[in-house]
Structures are given as structure tokens and as C-alpha cells.
Design a protein around this ligand. Structure first.
Ligand SMILES: Cc1cc2nc3c(=O)[nH]c(=O)nc-3n(C[C@H](O)[C@H](O)[C@H](O)COP(=O)(O)OP(=O)(O)OC[C@H]3O[C@@H](n4cnc5c(N)ncnc54)[C@H](O)[C@@H]3O)c2cc1C
Ligand code: SF4
Ligand code: SF4
Ligand code: SF4
Length: 360
């Protein structure tokens, strides 16, 4: 059995712990599960397993309540969690972005990193700095061995492994299963995690929860969030590409920019289509999500708001700021002010508002 402790965290919505049965009824069976892998990662008796992205009970449930409590899709007091993370509530001008200390456009100074990254290579540069600065490993989304664009969590111990995970996979990866692996199998104590906003929420619930997994809570040293409007269903995406005559094996990069979804091979666009025409590929669980910029992360990174080849960076905590400054000082990346107008910060605010409005 994994060693879990109950500690005084934030106040749970219910006095008695809710257990896997309730997780099944309130989240999984309602199509709200995002497939983050949090429940599998935290179950102290290893009784939950994700099958085709959906959690199943595979052993006995000792009714500890940890899976329910750590799931990003069970109800919780968001304002209270925010106060526990940042030490304050958000101000009026943080309503759309979440709490932040600053924002920038950033880009790696290394051509090798830029070539393999999605945008400005900021995420990979931060992870490389984390490893060089004493971090033990980084949990990233790699691609399944032999699988075509099927993401799976990977524990990266070296720069080269960080770069193997670079680039966006627009289908879900059960990131928290990778976090459990980093902590339980690799026995790592300082772990960096990259994740979508829902995955960052799961990590924060683990960090601050009453019914929780202290091993994971104490080992995750930094949480790097990605902007995220939606993810596609893997099977539907593969079928769609096939129908459109695109061989996913030939694609070296997928990208969403300026309202279009594109499949790219070595810099050449193979296929491009308006986002409105791929709406049926979006997972239903994303329809109710209101967090575009990973509001609970230490540092968030996306592409909207920055010129091509750059990333937009929102720094939220001292930890995030320190890592960014260390990477800049080490010459791994360069930063410049984020343009404040319509194509800069304005574009981030616009997308964030549309996500909150559409799904709120
Ligand atoms: C599903 C998804 C949707 C996104 N939607 C938007 C959007 O609407 N608007 C926007 O501005 N930006 C969006 N982004 C972020 C954007 O695509 C880039 O990830 C971001 O700009 C960072 O670029 P980079 O060059 O710094 O990252 P890189 O240095 O290339 O590193 C990217 C990191 O993201 C990790 N990653 C890739 N796919 C996943 C995944 N499925 N789950 C968890 N981690 C993953 C990789 O392992 C890698 O560590 C999205 C990202 C994802 C994963
Ligand atoms: S985490 Fe606890 S409540 Fe959930 S399935 Fe495992 S034993 Fe049951
Ligand atoms: S913790 Fe994640 S994988 Fe588990 S039920 Fe909740 S959303 Fe789904
Ligand atoms: S839209 Fe929301 S729920 Fe869907 S993958 Fe992105 S952060 Fe998670």
C-alpha cells in the first residue's frame, strides 16, 4: 500500500469522504472525466485503472475518498483553493487570466530546441533549466511506442528526453499516471509537471486537499500549465484524418493557430481546416471547461498573443518567476514584453472570455 496521510488542508465540500462509487456516478458516467489519471495515481490500494482513457475499479475500494477529492471534476471551492495557492483572491483585472505576477513573450535561444518545439520552446527550456538546477525529473507527454500520435506520459530525466516530449498533442495524455510513476517507481522527490489546465487543477487539489496523496503533493516541485481551448478524441481524430486523405504517420506537427487546425510535415502544411469544421472531434468533457490559461499553475504557456515562433508566458507564483529568470540568466531563453493590443494580451483575454462565456 502507498503511504498516504490525512493532513489539515482546505475544507471539503462534504464532511464524510465520497468514494469511487460517487466518482463514477457524478463524473465518469456523466461524461465529465477528462482522463487526467489523477484517480489512478492517488488510489492507495491501486484499485483504479484507466482503460481507453476511462477509469475503472479493478480491485477493492477501502472508501478512503482520495480519488473523489483529488478529481478536478468534483465540486470544490475554487476561490478557497486559489487563496491557499496564491495567498490572496484575484483582483478585478485578473478575472479572465487568474492571478499573475507578469506576462511576456518568450523564445528559446537554442535552434535545436526551437526546431523540435511547438512554438517558442519555452516549456522545454524551463524543464531543461529545472533539471540543470537540481530538479530530479520532468513529466511530459511523449508518444506511445509504435503508436501514431497517441500521447502517453513520460518521465524525462535528461534534456534529450525533455525534447522527445516537445510539441503539442491535441488529444489527452493521462499526465498524473506519469507523476505517480515518477514518484513511486523512479522515487523522484523534485518533479516538474507540464499539463493542461484540468491536469494542473488535479495537481493543486492533491497539493491542498484534506483527503489526499502526500507523496505526490510533496514531490511536485513546479507545475507548468498550457493554454487549452479543447482536446480532440483520439479515435475520432485519426478517423477524420484518414477520411481527409492525411496519413498521420507522415505528420511531424499539428498546430492550431488563427482559428485553423493544421497538419504539417517538416514545415510544409499538408492539410488545414477551420476549427468550426472539427468541432465534432472535441471531447464532450471539454465543453464545460472554463479555464483557458491554466489559472492554478506556477507558470502558464501558450501561443496566442505572441508572434509565430514565440510563446506567451504568464507568471503566477514566485516559483514560476524564479524558474523563468534562471532560464533567462542561463541563456536558455529570451523574453520581451507581451504586446498589450488586440493581437497580444487582448487576444489571450478574448479567448479566455469566450471559453468562460461559452461554458460558464
Ligand atoms: C491539448 C492542448 C491544447 C492547446 N490549446 C491551445 C490554445 O487553444 N491556444 C494556445 O495559445 N495554446 C494552446 N496550447 C499550448 C500550445 O500548443 C503549446 O503547448 C505552448 O505554446 C507551449 O509551446 P512551447 O514551444 O513552449 O512548448 P514545447 O517546448 O514544445 O513543450 C510542449 C510541452 O507540452 C507537453 N504536451 C504536449 N501535448 C500535451 C498534452 N496533450 N497533455 C499534456 N502535456 C502535453 C509536452 O510534453 C511538452 O513538454 C495547447 C496545448 C495542448 C497540449
Ligand atoms: S482512492 Fe480510495 S475511495 Fe477511491 S477507489 Fe481507491 S480506495 Fe476507493
Ligand atoms: S481524476 Fe481525472 S481520470 Fe479520474 S475521474 Fe477525475 S477527471 Fe477522470
Ligand atoms: S479544455 Fe479543459 S477539460 Fe479539456 S483538455 Fe483542456 S483543460 Fe482539460
Amino acid at each position: 500500500m502507498k503511504s498516504h496521510l490525512r493532513v489539515d488542508g482546505w475544507i471539503e465540500m462534504s464532511a464524510r469522504p465520497k468514494v469511487f462509487g460517487q466518482l463514477l456516478a457524478e463524473v465518469i458516467n456523466k461524461g465529465l472525466c477528462v482522463g487526467c489519471g489523477g484517480c489512478e495515481a492517488v488510489c492507495p490500494v491501486n484499485s483504479i485503472s484507466l482503460t481507453e482513457g476511462s477509469p475503472r475499479l479493478t480491485g477493492i475500494c477501502i472508501a478512503c475518498g482520495i480519488c473523489y477529492s483529488c478529481c478536478p471534476r468534483t465540486s470544490f471551492d475554487e476561490a478557497e483553493l486559489e487563496r491557499l495557492i496564491f495567498g490572496r483572491g484575484r483582483s478585478e483585472n485578473e478575472a479572465l487570466l487568474g492571478i499573475y505576477k507578469g506576462y511576456y513573450a518568450g523564445r528559446s535561444r537554442d535552434q535545436g530546441v526551437l526546431r523540435r518545439s511547438q512554438d517558442g520552446g519555452v516549456v522545454s527550456s524551463l524543464l531543461i533549466q529545472f533539471l540543470r538546477g537540481g530538479g530530479d525529473c520532468a513529466v511530459v507527454a511523449g508518444v506511445e511506442e509504435g503508436g501514431v500520435w497517441a500521447p502517453r506520459p513520460m518521465v524525462a530525466l535528461r534534456d534529450e528526453e525533455v525534447l522527445k516530449g516537445a510539441g503539442t498533442k491535441y488529444t489527452p495524455s493521462p499526465t498524473l499516471v506519469g507523476v505517480d510513476s515518477a514518484v513511486s517507481e523512479y522515487r523522484r522527490k523534485r518533479v516538474a509537471v507540464v499539463g493542461t489546465p484540468c491536469q494542473i487543477r488535479a495537481l493543486r487539489k492533491i497539493e491542498k486537499g484534506t483527503y489526499t496523496d502526500r507523496r505526490i503533493a510533496e514531490s511536485v516541485a513546479i507545475k507548468i500549465g498550457l493554454f487549452c481551448m479543447e482536446t480532440f478524441d483520439y479515435k475520432k481524430l485519426m478517423e477524420f484524418l484518414e477520411k481527409e486523405g492525411v496519413n498521420p504517420k507522415e505528420v511531424t506537427k499539428f498546430a492550431i493557430r488563427r482559428g485553423k487546425f493544421a497538419a504539417i510535415r517538416d514545415g510544409d502544411t499538408l492539410f488545414e481546416i477551420g476549427l468550426s469544421r472539427v468541432k465534432e472531434l472535441v471531447r464532450p468533457c471539454c465543453e464545460v471547461c472554463e479555464d483557458f490559461t491554466a489559472e492554478f499553475s506556477d507558470i502558464s504557456v501558450g501561443n496566442v498573443g505572441s508572434p509565430d515562433g514565440w510563446s506567451t508566458v504568464i507568471v503566477r507564483t514566485d516559483l514560476g518567476e524564479q524558474l523563468l529568470r534562471d532560464a533567462e540568466k542561463a541563456g536558455l531563453l529570451e523574453l520581451k514584453p507581451l504586446e498589450e493590443g488586440e493581437s497580444g494580451l487582448g487576444a489571450v483575454l478574448k479567448l479566455s472570455m469566450s471559453k468562460k462565456k461559452r461554458r460558464g
